[in-house]
Design a protein around this ligand. Structure first.
Ligand code: AHR
Length: 514
């Protein structure tokens, strides 16, 4: 039996969670839009063609903001193709995913879907094949009230009121050679700055995010952020980060350790952004927008899983099947995000449906929850509030995390990995939510948690997500193989919570004012 202790005080906080920390991502990629959100011929489809069964699961998942329309896709996207009468919209070759884009779903359909799902939209503009001119026209179309060419076009298209989209990403992964018209940091910084200026002149109320590195293992990482912010510092509120965890090496302890590299990534980007501020003697703080994060590797490097021949419409690609160990690593990422609530003000789980997603569907058939659905839904529902500093005493191990880049076999040592990873959130009603990841795969862990300066608390809920088989997953045939179950061995005595966490388990304990 492992033993660990956790100490916290309600008055000692990291920061408050921004509602946008609990976002997700919808890209025109595979069956994310077509056959995912949107399937007019599906038995559950509403009058707009939105799958009601998917909407129901989205509501349960509870994302706050959704990034759209890409991703790599946006770097070749002409937004004009996706508005106006559907019969006039062109079909296009999408060079991001080697498919045919029918454009039957576009900006206005997405806005309708967001209204139905009650989520905030986050839009990305194309700074790959296009630049500031297309971006300024797009924001005029979306956000300007009327009386000009593009705003009146929107009204003609049936949307009298402006969409009022607040959050805008200036391109996507512009440091990556896989991107259509990728750029050096200087080229991108200049384009992003000019696009930002014009977009804000049209709508001063918007918030803008510049592209950071597409991964921590990119060769330009660090220098990229510094140079991009040198150009855009005065024009943006955020810089983006992306992380996809993998288990190529079939090394589960290393997979479970790897969320700690996300902690380093965040701390490093904060340091770079603050160094840019320091050079200007500026008090402005650039916030972080972690707008792609997840586990993704099985369908990443194999070409057949990324691309199907013949330029199909909405091919089944990137349909990663998430197992129990993925859910544990994913839970670790949730904890890393929460524990940086002071600087991460937006984050998007990539993605929402079918393509590397918590929700899976069969075209014409049912929808179900993947294993990673649960940590996200719990975090989004119960992780909002004041994230507390925690003092954790736990035994630790070391790991070597294999994170290849192209042909390069990169390995990152993680010398100190506490078996217990924790986040504690003081909720608005005076309660406390604990997220606890036991990364020990052989031993249960007895945890003793002291929570100071709270009122008299009672256990409201205690759940565990675990399975003897780390490779177990949910399927269409067995959709509930992995789901949260009651955590039995938990007790509260005064301000001490004691619980026994199973080996390899994700746990949620909620305390409420008695
Ligand atoms: O989310 C899948 C892809 O991963 C996105 O299109 C891209 O931005 C990233 O490389």
């Amino acid at each position: 039996m492992q033993r660990a202790t956790v100490l916290m005080d309600r008055d000692f906080a990291i920061g408050h969670t921004d509602p946008r920390l609990f976002g997700a991502f919808v890209e025109h990629l595979g069956r994310c839009v077509y056959g995912g959100l949107y399937e007019p011929s599906h038995p559950t489809a509403d009058s707009k063609g939105f799958r009601r069964d998917v909407l129901e699961l989205v509501r349960e998942l509870n994302p706050s903001i959704i990034r759209y329309p890409g991703g790599n896709f946006v770097s070749g996207y002409n937004w004009e193709d996706g508005v106006g009468p559907v019969e006039n919209r062109p079909k296009r070759l999408d060079l991001a995913w080697f498919s045919t884009e029918p454009n039957t779903f576009g900006t206005n359909e997405f806005m309708d879907w967001c209204r139905t799902a009650e989520v905030e939209p986050m839009f990305a503009v194309n700074l790959g094949t296009r630049a500031g001119d297309a971006a300024r026209n797009f924001i005029e179309y979306c956000n300007h009230p009327g009386g000009t060419y593009y705003s009146d076009l929107r009204r003609e298209h049936g949307y009298e009121q402006p969409h009022g989209i607040k959050f805008w990403c200036l391109g996507n992964e512009m440091d990556g050679p896989w991107q259509m018209e990728y750029k050096t940091a200087t080229q991108y910084g200049l384009v992003a700055k000019e696009a930002a200026k014009m977009m804000r002149w049209i709508d001063p109320s918007i918030e803008l995010s510049a592209c950071g590195s597409s991964a921590r293992n990119m060769p330009s990482y660090g220098r990229w952020e510094d140079e991009v912010l040198e150009h855009t510092f005065e024009h943006v509120e955020y810089i983006s980060l992306h992380t996809y965890l993998n288990n190529y090496a079939e090394d589960t302890p290393a997979l479970l350790a790897s969320p700690d590299l996300m902690d380093s990534f965040i701390d490093e980007v904060v340091a770079i952004a603050d160094a840019v501020a320091a050079r200007r003697r500026s008090t402005k703080r650039i916030m972080l927008c972690f707008d792609e994060w997840n586990v993704w590797y099985r369908t990443r490097r194999k070409n057949l899983d990324r691309v199907k021949a013949g330029w199909p419409v909405a091919p089944p690609i990137l349909e990663e099947k998430y197992n129990m160990e993925d859910a544990l690593a994913f839970g670790g990422l949730c904890i890393s995000l929460l524990n940086h609530a002071d600087r991460i003000k937006a984050a998007c789980l990539a993605q929402l449906v079918n393509a590397i997603a918590p929700i899976m569907t069969e075209t014409g058939g049912p929808a179900w929850r993947q294993t990673i659905f649960y940590p996200f839904a719990q975090m989004s529902r119960h992780g909002r509030g004041k994230v507390l500093r925690t003092q954790v005493e736990s035994e630790a191990y070391s790991a070597n995390y294999y994170d290849p880049r192209g042909e390069l076999e990169l390995t990152f040592p993680i010398p100190h990995v506490p078996y217990l990873k924790v986040s504690a959130v003081a909720t608005e009603g005076g309660g406390l939510t604990l997220f606890l990841l036991n990364r020990h795969l052989g031993d249960a862990m007895e945890v003793d948690i002291e929570s100071r300066s709270f009122g008299r608390l009672a256990i409201a809920e205690a759940l565990e997500l675990t399975d003897g088989d780390l490779k177990a997953l949910n399927t269409k045939e067995e959709p509930n193989r992995i789901k949260p179950m009651k955590l039995d061995d938990v007790a509260l005595d005064g301000n001490r919570t004691r619980a026994t966490l199973k080996p390899g388990s994700w746990n949620l304990i909620r305390l409420e004012l008695a």
